[in-house]
Structure formats: C-alpha cells, structure tokens
Design a binder for this molecule. Structure first.
Ligand code: AMP
Length: 288
C-alpha cells in the first residue's frame, strides 16, 4: 500500500491502473478506522482492481463548536488496518492540498440538506460533505464509491450530487456495522465513558422497538407512524437519552411520513455523554 499526500501522485497512480484496463474503487473516510470503515474497504477490494481510501478530516463539514480539533486521529494505525484489507492507495492529504489559498467553490444541495443533520449541525455541514466528495471524485475519478448507510442522509446527498452534476461514478451504500450489543460503530464512540457507552445502546434498542411495532401492525394498523415513533421514544426516555431528533422520513426524498406505505427511514440523533451519535433503520413499505 502506498500513502500519497498529493493530488498529482494520486492522478498518476490512477492513470497507470486505468491504462491496464483496471477499475477504481474509492472509500472516502475521516480515519479512526473501525469495522464499519473496513467493511467498505472489503467491498471495494472485492469489486475493483485499484482501491483508493481517502483519509481526510474535512474541516469544512465541522461547525465552530464541533469536535474538529479533538476528532480521533491515528494515521499509523489506520494505515496498518487499510493495508491489511489489501488497500492499494491511502490518500492522506494536508488541508492546504485540498483547500489551497483562494479556494472559492461550494457545492450546495438544496432541500434534503435542510432537515435532520442539516438542521442540527447547520447548512455548512452537507455543503462541506458535498464539496469534498465532489473534489475526491474529481481527483480519483472512481468507477464506484462506497459509503455507509449509517450516514443515510449523507448517502442521499451524495447520490443527488452525482445525479444533478452527471458525475460518472456509481454510489454503493453498505450496511451499518454494529457492536455485538447493537451500538452502531462510529469513530466518535471513543468519546463515550462507561456509563454513556452503556446508555448509547438505547439508540439501536429504540429503533428495534419501532421495527417490532412496524412489523406487528400495532397502533391504528400496519405502518402507523405515530405508534412506531412512540415505541422508539419510550426506550430513549427510559434510558434518559437527550434526543436531538427522532423522525420518520421517506427513504428517498426525506419528506416526513406518517404512514409507512413505502420505504421509510427512522432516524435518530442524540447526545450521549460527550458524543453526538446518529443511527437509523430502514422500515420496509407496507404494500396493501
Ligand atoms: P467517517 O470516517 O465517519 O466519515 O466514515 C467514512 C465512511 O464510513 C462513511 O461512508 C460512513 O457512512 C461509513 N461508516 C461509518 N460508520 C459506519 C458503520 N458503523 N457501518 C457502516 N459504515 C460506516
């Protein structure tokens, strides 16, 4: 595995791989690797000739009051883990390589960025994500890029950029990888002390409780959004979780839904101890 710092080096490596007829897979990350990241690398490795993982803690997607300065960073550990997954190139640029003096372009996706994490974290968040991902696609020009369903809204934002700007890349969303007790893996889980780590399991338990109601058809019939939300809410209250949002939204448009008559996402964000955590479940639409 080669660790590259410059855009020019990445372009050369990708050009060489393409000259041999190879396909290129990209896994964008902010590092502090866990099994979630590694699952994306494995998917990329299984499907491509050249696998590029980007490791860049993107400053523009953090608000001033967020954890940019304390975000976990350990490049040596990450490099060893990526190499063990058979990654070919770890692209780990300095911020100035990505945002040189005079950088002035912003990719803003309207609508779906204004709710959920866009509302909680502010409009800069998905602008930062959309802009850096578009740049990475321009730098690497991958055939396929791999994202985690853990960040469900991010997947939808990236798909919209690709569609609206006619980018020639396929987006693959990979399933959420969880700890044995159900907590979704996240680089931010290291912020949890023992008590918070224990309570953090309430997020997935709440989503599970909602799933159960959805499948059983409790409430005023199959797919009753109110009953589904109440079941999740009860678990979060019981665990004393400070909820930022708990919402049912259309899985494609992120419009609010009150009945699950097509695929919906149940999404939660919460402060647990020192961490801000997110999780979601896909609820399959009920076909009458
Ligand atoms: P991050 O480094 O947190 O920006 O995440 C990089 C990629 O890994 C994103 O596409 C995330 O959605 C994905 N990811 C993060 N956590 C998980 C997880 N628990 N399961 C699957 N994918 C994940």
């Amino acid at each position: 595995m080669r660790i590259l710092r410059t855009i020019a080096e990445v372009r050369t490596a990708v050009r060489d791989a393409r000259a041999d007829g190879g396909t290129v897979g990209l896994v964008p990350t902010m590092g502090a690797f866990h099994e979630g990241h590694l699952s994306l690398m494995r998917a990329a490795r299984a499907q491509n000739d050249l696998v590029v993982v980007s490791l860049f803690v993107n400053p523009t997607q953090f608000a001033a009051n967020e954890d940019l300065s304390t975000y976990p960073r350990d490049e040596a550990r990450d490099a060893a883990l990526a190499e063990a997954e058979g990654v070919d190139i770890l692209f780990a640029p300095e911020p100035a390589e990505i945002y040189p003096d005079g950088f002035a372009t912003n990719i803003h996706v309207a609508g779906i960025t204004e709710v959920l994490d866009g509302a909680s974290r502010g409009p800069h968040h998905f602008d930062g994500v959309a802009t850096v991902v578009t740049k990475l696609f321009g730098i690497v020009q991958p055939d396929v890029a791999y994202f985690g369903q853990k960040d469900a809204q991010q997947v939808l934002v990236v798909r919209r950029v690709v569609r609206d700007l006619n980018l020639d890349v396929r987006i693959e969303a990979c399933p959420i990888v969880r700890e044995p007790d159900g907590l979704a893996m996240s680089s931010r889980n290291v912020y949890l002390d023992a008590d918070a780590r224990d309570r953090a399991t309430a997020l997935n338990r709440a989503l599970d409780a909602a799933d159960a109601v959805h499948r059983s058809g409790d409430g005023d019939g199959i797919g009753d959004g109110g009953a589904i939300l109440s079941a999740a809410q009860a678990v979060l209250v019981e665990a004393g979780i400070d909820v930022e949002y708990l919402e049912l939204r259309d899985a494609e448009t992120l419009q609010p839904v009150t009945r699950i008559d097509r695929d919906a996402l149940l999404l939660v964000a919460a402060r647990v101890g020192a961490a801000r955590l997110i999780d979601n479940h896909l609820l399959r639409g009920f076909t009458p």
